[in-house]
Design a protein around this ligand. Structure first.
Ligand code: PMP
Length: 449
């Protein structure tokens, strides 16, 4: 487009004009095909151009698109909350709908603080989080995030929330090796709580599988059981940020289902609307709701579009579609195959330091030296280069770097829609193979590798 007044992420870049999408493919206005290897921003779980979604949207718009939540309840929102109750573990029976992942985590923060106020413990206002985490872009959500790149411009405005090291075994922050480490990263939570004082801490927030700030980092076995026990013992709520990892993405309904743990609050987004509508949710347990019901009887948060029938109808149908097509199971099986295929590339290309992930959320981390795991110099922008080259070749992958600080690695996320078939994984991996080869050869010539 020659003339444009749209503010885009990189203001000076040219972006192709999207024309349409079908299944795992997107097409631009020039007819070029792209494999959506990242489901956009790990969002388009059921793929593009699902005609029955258009039908659902049309039918709901013809009935009623919008009612205000303090004037009416509505059937799609009620049904969606009931469906999520069926999906969620333990006593996570309540859904508060919002419009984005940032709003979902920020609502989680507010609900956690309110819970303790209702219980007469108003000093509990801090949220403990982890370095290498991303919980959203609004100031409350960013305060809980350990994404250096997204924080640095606004640091003076952020709450000074404490953070502990992530369970990042590939580059263990404590230079230890699992299982001999004794889960030191989990134990550090205990130390942090003792240092700050449990009477100051409302909640601990964590992405069950770390997404945008690390690239599909899966903690070692026992980690969540350990942190959940520590939280319970110190009267601290556990918030699972499943904005990226939830709704089937990790080969289970919620990523946290892989462990024997039930959080007190879960934040959802992205895959809930699957790209068909902006909708997100904060799911709250009976335990947390009870004192709020008994106390003020009102959750002090919410947005104009919260629980609007149009978005709720879309999300409800996304969940039904996932159930009808057995996509959680498919994501589990295809995810194993995807990770295996990427691990084969790791054998071929020494610039691939690590391949990891769960289900259809996989990460590939790049290193300039496979033996000492030295990350590439920041100026190389290795993940950005891979992303740009892959896109030229017709493959979309997603950035996953907490900041190119020369300490943390630079990674990309590969997370195609849950509907992806094995043959489509082969096609995706073949393009990724060519991309890595091209970039590795070039970096070798430039002396960076
Ligand atoms: N939490 C996690 C784990 C995320 O991955 C994201 C988005 N990348 C967010 C929160 C924020 O979601 P949104 O961009 O919809 O505000």
């Amino acid at each position: 487009m020659k003339e444009s007044y749209l503010v885009k992420p990189f203001l000076n870049d040219d972006y192709p004009l999207a024309a349409y999408g079908k299944g795992i493919y997107l097409y631009d206005s020039e007819g070029k095909e792209y494999i959506d290897g990242s489901s956009g921003a790990v969002t388009a779980g059921i793929g593009h151009g699902v005609l029955e979604m258009a039908q659902v949207m049309k039918e709901q718009a013809e009935k009623v698109s919008f009612v205000y939540r303090s004037q009416f309840t509505n059937e799609p929102a009620e049904k969606l909350a009931a469906k999520l109750k069926e999906w969620a573990p333990g006593d996570l029976n309540w859904s508060f709908f919002v419009n984005s992942g940032s709003e979902a985590t920020e609502t989680a923060l507010k609900v956690a603080i309110q819970y303790w106020q209702e219980k007469g413990k108003g000093t509990k206002t801090k949220v403990l989080s982890r370095w290498m985490s991303y919980h959203g872009i609004t100031l409350g959500a960013l305060s809980m995030s350990g994404h250096i790149g997204r924080r640095e411009r606004f640091t003076p405005l952020l709450e000074d929330f404490p953070a502990v090291e992530p369970p990042y075994c590939y580059r263990c922050p404590f230079n230890r090796t699992y299982p001999d480490c004794g889960l030191h990263c989990a134990m550090e939570l205990e130390t942090a709580i003792r240092r700050i004082g449990a009477d100051q801490i409302a909640a601990f927030i964590a992405e069950p599988v770390i997404g945008a700030a690390g690239g599909a980092i899966v903690p070692p076995d026992g980690y969540y059981e350990a942190v959940s026990e520590i939280c319970k013992r110190h009267d601290i709520l556990f918030i699972a940020d499943e904005v990226m990892s939830g709704i089937g993405r990790c080969g289970s309904r919620f990523a946290i289902d892989h462990w024997n743990v039930t959080p007190d609050i879960i934040a959802l987004g992205k895959g809930l609307g699957a790209g068909y509508a902006p909708i997100a949710a904060t799911m709250i347990s009976d335990k947390v709701m009870e004192p709020i019901f008994k106390g003020s009887g009102l959750i002090m948060s919410g947005h104009t579009y919260s629980a609007n029938p149009q978005s709720a109808a879309v999300a409800l149908h996304v969940l039904e579609y996932i159930e009808t097509h057995n996509l959680v199971e498919q994501a589990k099986l295809t995810g194993v195959y995807l990770k295996q295929s990427l691990r084969q590339l790791q054998q071929k290309y020494p610039m691939i330091g690590d391949v990891r992930g769960r289900g259809m959320l996989t990460g590939v981390e790049f290193v300039s030296n496979i033996f000492n795991k030295l990350p590439f110099a920041g100026e190389v922008h290795v993940a950005r280069t891979i992303i740009d080259r892959a896109m030229k070749k017709g493959l979309l992958v997603y950035p996953a770097s907490a900041g190119t600080d020369g300490v943390h690695g630079d990674a990309v996320i590969i997370a195609p829609p849950l509907i992806t078939k094995r043959e489509e994984v082969d096609k995706l991996v073949a393009v990724f193979d060519q991309t890595v080869k091209e970039v590795q050869d070039e970096l070798q010539i430039r002396g960076f590798f």
